[in-house]
Design a protein around this ligand. Structure first.
Ligand code: FAD
Length: 816
């Protein structure tokens, strides 16, 4: 038997190797149009970044080694250009230009997929590159080695984020542009949030919800124009915008293609021609969970499919049972991934599901080196059968993902997860493993022991009740859901009568455990309508992208550190180490408070924590208490803050009032150009005096913060209509008077330019750079159908409580 294989990497090499092991006498020919076979394409980004130092380590096999070990006839530089099915022959073009025909008894198509190069002006620029094979890698690496300083990565999927990381590791300035409003689009948006923060922390500038429009030559570099109007300059652009199955040969040979564009195969990996098999990225697969056709380009499935094709060719009866899309990615010190269906895919298909979020530690909190992970599990509402899981975090993410992947493959339910006996010792896990915990929480929901509410229920679906925060007052003070009432869990039993039994109670805490206990207390004390926030404030903040309680640490740390230096206590020279690793909020802040209480003014506490919220919670808390954050740094999951104890806060009479005078708040209600200009002129003036400024944008004022470009897809018609009718951004606002069909407004802009008065976009940028807190009113956004991603970057979303909290301390409050 003669087996001819087209494509010599993952699927092709697997098919060849398996065929040889089953059929010693078969003639096996493998054609590869490139110069390398069986190379590690998954390792390509890491050689560019330097983690894999030797290029040769990526070249797992050579034609010679495959001939020697498996007696394969491997021909690199040989491209299959046509299939003659009747003659059972393939036309082959050699790199030198000659062609010949190669016959086959069985043909295996493993041509893979090609990176998508969007059809945009300038996309063929010599510095706009893709990454699929060793030659692509060499080209990118050569540019980096020759001194490229700035890179733009187009696409935030796993190849895009791996490239962003690798280029940062090489010291380049990196911008990542992603069309949807998150990185790692196969994950649900809230699960990608921490990874986005982590990328920003490592200096990657994310442009989410933005599209490239064109590429232009710009003095030896590339100007990348985004649809939003922003232009990014780069010495190198990596296009990681997805892949398209390579089906040209199959299509030309009349083989059936599937609805998703891949080669159609049956469970035996056989195409519509019984003598032709196909495997890898080029084929369409059945989604293991949803049963739908899908295109899932991953190395594991490609290898398994190649192997199965070979088994069937060699007379076995082996079936491929589908792809569940188990994928994982490293992003600097974080790891994230998913398996099975995501919430968005289930919602799109109309498949009923339930979900839980939890944030357990990677291993026992008291053993060094762990941090909370974020787990989301989706399951069937009736049977509890697992449908999907996503995990992100620092340690132990990969093994939990793999347990979930195995459980999904085995058809397990959330009840089964409770029973799994998983390896445990403190350095590796917990006696109740995160997977067991997911099973407990999900089973509790199915059994009716607890009823959850979700981040997306706020504010609309919680408006009829009380949002009850059962965390400590310290945590509440640092950040809370706008409008929430604080009754710490420890005082809940004694304060039950202060709550209205007739209204629904939406309880929350940081991760969901204290709120579960509160739920049980409330339910057994006669409160009928109680729900607990799944995933607590950690998931809430990730969902709403507030960054307040999860650590978007850089800007606040900078400003707090600078501000406090002004009145800082002199260093005493004494320093204390405080290990807070493994503790979860409020543990780190509580222990920090205790340590500072025992310290003397000027003493420094060097506190290490792995609770990721510590990066923003510590500065916020220190600021309120009058302590100075001397420095804050991150090493992997570990956050180290050096905090100097300040003088006691009993300030001289009038000091508080004096402090308040330095704070200015404004409600910007109007969307008129002149009024918004006035607001920002005042804001910048106040900032230049060293005042704190909070600007609360509501109703028409929100238009000033809109980003140009298309609206978020999928919005309801009314929201879209609102979006069309309202001005898009600072450059589209009109004068309140003398607009004169645009002439007056244009004249005003011209005069401002002539007189060198900053334009509104410049004033907005200056205010943001100066540290103004710019808050978009969540309620108005909802009414006007605006999405967070439709606003310019750096805007906080908040409710009226956020504004009122700020204006309480302010010396001036304006309504514009
Ligand atoms: P390929 O590996 O692409 O091999 C197809 C081969 O066929 C190519 O070498 C091509 O030159 C050759 N060929 C095509 N047409 C012809 C022709 N007409 N004649 C002769 N030869 C032809 N997956 C993961 O699961 N995890 C990861 O971490 C991961 N990281 C990745 C990182 C990068 C940078 C890339 C590019 C991919 C990554 N993948 C990852 C995806 C994974 O590599 C692919 O899913 C897998 O390689 C697909 O295998 P394949 O054999 O179908 O295609």
């Amino acid at each position: 038997m003669k087996i001819l294989i087209i494509g010599g990497v993952a699927a092709g090499a697997s098919a060849a190797a398996r065929a040889r092991r089953l059929a010693e006498k078969a003639e096996i020919v493998m054609l590869e149009r490139g110069q390398h076979v069986s190379f590690a394409n998954c390792g390509l980004p890491y050689h560019i970044g330097g983690a894999i130092a030797e290029r040769d380590r990526l070249l797992l096999q050579t034609p010679e080694s495959l001939r020697a070990s498996l007696a394969l006839d491997v021909r690199v530089g040989h491209e299959a250009v046509a299939i003659d099915r009747a003659a059972k022959s393939v036309k082959v073009r050699e790199a030198g230009g000659g062609t010949y025909d190669e016959s086959y008894d069985k043909l295996v198509l493993c041509p893979g997929a090609s990176p998508i190069r969007p059809d945009l002006p300038g996309a063929d620029h010599e510095r706009v590159l893709v990454l699929r094979n060793v030659d692509d890698m060499d080209r990118i690496k050569a540019l980096v080695d020759s001194g490229a300083r700035r890179a733009v990565v187009i696409g935030g999927g796993y190849i895009g984020v791996e490239m962003a990381e690798s280029l940062r590791e090489r010291g380049l300035d990196v911008d990542l542009v992603e069309m949807v409003d998150q990185v790692m689009p196969p994950l649900d948006r809230e699960m990608a949030h921490d990874m986005e923060e982590h990328m920003r922390w490592h200096g990657v500038r994310l442009h989410l919800g933005q599209k490239a429009a064109a590429f232009r030559e710009a003095d030896g570099a590339v100007a990348v124009e985004l649809v939003s109007g922003t232009t990014l300059r780069a010495d190198l652009v990596v296009m990681a915008a997805g892949v398209r199955p390579d089906t040209e040969l199959a299509r030309a040979a009349g083989l059936e293609l599937g609805d998703r564009g891949g080669i159609r195969v049956d469970a035996h990996m056989r195409t519509s021609d019984p003598d032709i098999y196909a495997a890898g990225d080029a084929v369409e697969v059945t989604d293991f969970v949803t049963g739908r056709q899908a295109q899932i380009p991953l190395a594991g499935p490609a290898n398994r499919q190649g192997r199965i094709a070979a088994e069937n060719i060699c007379g076995r009866d082996t079936e491929y049972t589908g792809t569940q899309g188990t994928a994982i990615v490293k992003i600097f010190d974080m790891t994230g991934g998913g398996t099975g269906a995501s919430e968005k895919s289930l919602a799109r298909l109309g498949t009923p599901y339930r979900k839980v979020y939890l944030h357990p530690s990677g291993h026992a909190g008291y053993y060094p080196g762990t941090a909370p992970m974020h787990v989301k599990v989706l399951f069937a509402p009736d049977s509890g059968k697992l449908l999907g899981a996503q995990v992100t975090g620092y340690d132990g993410v990969d093994k939990r993902l793999d347990v979930f992947a195995t459980a999904i493959r085995a058809g397990m339910t959330v009840y089964d997860l409770q029973e799994l006996e998983l390896a445990y010792a403190p350095p590796y896990g917990s006696a109740k493993d995160p997977v067991n915990m997911a099973g407990f929480v999900a089973s509790n929901i199915l059994k009716g022991d607890v009823e959850p509410w979700y981040a997306e229920d706020y504010p609309d679906r919680t408006a009829d009740g009380v949002v009850l925060d059962v965390r400590s007052p310290r945590e509440y003070e640092t950040w809370h859901i706008p409008g929430a009432v604080n009754v710490p869990l420890s005082r809940l039993r004694t304060l039950l009568d202060t709550l209205d039994r007739g209204r629904p109670v939406y309880v929350y805490c940081k991760v969901g455990f204290r709120s579960y206990l509160a739920y049980r207390i409330l339910k057994q004390s006669g409160f009928q309508r109680v729900r607990t926030l799944s995933g607590g404030s950690m998931t809430f903040c990730a969902y709403h992208g507030t960054g307040v309680c999860r650590g978007a640490p850089e800007p606040p740390v900078m400003s707090y550190a600078e501000e406090k230096t002004l009145g800082a206590a002199a260093p005493s020279g004494r320093s204390v180490e405080l290990d807070l690793c493994g503790l979860q909020c409020p543990g780190p802040i509580k222990r920090l408070a205790d340590a500072l209480h025992s310290a003397s003014v000027g003493d420094e506490i060097r506190a290490c924590a792995t609770d990721q919220g510590f990066a923003s919670d510590a500065p916020a808390w220190c600021k309120r208490q009058g302590h100075e954050v001397v420095s804050i740094s991150r090493d992997g999951a570990k956050i180290t803050a050096v905090i100097r104890k300040g003088a006691p806060l009993q300030q001289p009479a009038g000091a508080a009032a004096a402090a308040a005078k330095t704070k200015k708040t404004m409600v910007v209600f109007s969307g008129d150009l002149d009024k918004v200009l006035a607001a920002f002129v005042i804001a910048n003036g106040a900032l230049s005096r060293g005042d704190e400024v909070t600007m609360f944008f509501t109703f028409w004022g929100l238009n000033a913060l809109r980003r140009p470009g298309p609206q978020t897809p999928g919005k309801p018609l009314l929201d879209r209509m609102f979006g069309w009718m309202m001005p898009k951004g600072a450059n589209a606002l009109k004068l309140s008077q003398m607009h004169m069909m645009g002439a007056g407004t244009a004249m005003m802009r011209h005069v401002m330019k002539e007189k060198k008065v900053d334009s509104l976009p410049d004033l907005i940028a200056a205010a943001r750079a100066g540290g103004a807190r710019i808050v978009a009113c969540s309620m108005s956004m909802d009414v006007m159908g605006l999405k967070a991603e439709e606003l310019v970057e750096g805007i906080e979303i908040g409710g009226v409580a956020t504004f009122l909290g700020e204006s309480d301390d302010a010396g001036m409050s304006l309504f514009i």
